[in-house]
Design a protein around this ligand. Structure first.
Ligand SMILES: *Cc1c(COP(=O)(O)O)cnc(C)c1O
Length: 366
């Protein structure tokens, strides 16, 4: 048995891969593959509408939010967001919470379109920083936040930070959240967000699709130079069929949505994700060899970076993991150490196999 802990592109549910394989060359008796269908055909339209509807059902998306299927990835949205939201003011200001590598990139990209105010940036990316009201601009076009930092393993939802008194932006402020690596892993309160976006290759499906959810009233704020294919209002008006969408990636995402519905939906996944993450963090915390540097309050349930107290054992650890069928555990190059990404598709058995291997390795070498 192979378990793939890659941060992304990441593992998919085996049932989804099997179904995709079965339907690869002949989608449900129509004689051709999904890849070969016109995006204007009635067959593809079924796939497209079902995927949109199932996504809405899974996250309980309110009626005043539009779901868009786009391309360009998470990084693409770092430019597409300011292009769509900074059209109303001449010298737009964008607030960014820099809580890890990905939001740092978002701040960097926004410089091309707006004046960037860093709301907060902790010295080390091991916490989600407090963001009191006085740190936000009074007239920002939006405040950007990455709710799950995939590299650093820091996770927070704005609704939780607000409940703790650690998020001071007024309710009318527009929050844009990069949820690339934890969308669909837990329920979210849409009233806290103006826009959320996520690349598909972490917790949705395969690379090529980016899902954007935009509140209706934010669709008419684009700059004049926003490319039409990236213009949310244009894409929304055409139900994400303005130009050719990433049809095969949408098909795969649709299969994953069906799989999630069969698993009991997002609330059921959240409960399982909690158990998986707890098992791994408990193993790390109980060990003399492994440690996590993220504040327990902010530890991601999706991406778990951890380190060995003796760096010289890293190569042996990765070899032992591979031997046990546990792949892609090497940490991000900027952090070193290890990282286990345990998205929705990772079964509890995969995490059990990992912690067993970790315990054996510690007994043998430490
Ligand atoms: C992976 C990731 C991105 C970048 O996605 P691309 O599709 O490679 O552009 C952005 N933000 C977060 C949080 C990510 O995990």
């Amino acid at each position: 048995m192979i378990y793939n802990f890659s941060a992304g592109p990441a593992m998919l549910p085996p049932e989804v891969l099997q179904q995709a394989a079965q339907e690869m060359s002949d989608w449900r008796g129509c004689g051709i593959s999904v890849m070969e269908m016109s995006h204007r055909s009635s067959h593809y339209d079924q796939i497209h509408q079902q995927a949109l509807a199932d996504f809405r059902t899974l996250l309980n998306v309110p009626a005043n939010y539009r779901v868009l299927f786009m391309q360009g990835g998470g990084l693409g949205q770092n430019a597409i967001v300011p292009l769509n939201l900074c059209g109303k003011q001449r010298d737009a200001i964008v607030d960014v919470v820099v809580s890890g590598g990905w939001s740092a990139k978002s701040a960097q990209e926004a410089h091309a379109y707006a004046r960037v105010n860093v709301v907060a940036q902790p010295e080390k990316f091991t916490v989600f920083p407090d963001c009191p009201s006085e740190r936000f601009s009074t007239n920002a076009a939006y405040a950007h936040v990455c709710t799950n930092e995939t590299v650093h393993g820091v996770e927070v939802l704005i609704e939780d930070a607000r409940a703790r008194g650690a998020w001071g932006l007024a309710k009318e402020g527009v929050v844009v959240a990069d949820m690339s690596s934890h969308i669909l892993s837990r329920p979210i309160d849409f009233t806290q967000y103006g826009v959320i976006f996520a690349g598909a290759q972490k917790n949705i499906g395969c690379a090529g699709l980016t899902i954007v959810v935009v509140r209706d009233d934010l669709l008419d704020r684009a700059r004049a130079d926003c490319p039409s294919a990236f213009h949310w209002q244009t894409v929304a008006a055409q139900n994400s069929l303005y130009n050719t969408p990433p049809t095969y990636a949408i098909y795969i995402a649709g299969l994953v949505f069906q799989w999630l519905l069969k698993q009991g939906g997002v609330a059921a996944m959240a409960a399982r994700n909690q158990v998986k993450a707890q098992l791994l963090y408990d193993t790390i915390d109980a060990s003399a060899l492994y440690f996590s540097s993220v504040d327990p309050q902010f530890r991601s349930r999706m991406n778990v970076p951890f380190f060995l107290r003796n760096d010289n054992l890293n190569a042996a650890f990765l070899d032992a993991a591979k031997e046990a069928g546990l792949l892609s555990l090497k940490g991000h190059k900027s952090l070193g150490g290890m990282r286990a990404s345990i998205y929705n598709a990772m079964p509890i058995e995969g995490v059990r196999a990992l912690v067993e291997m970790m315990r054996h390795f510690e007994q043998r070498f430490f």
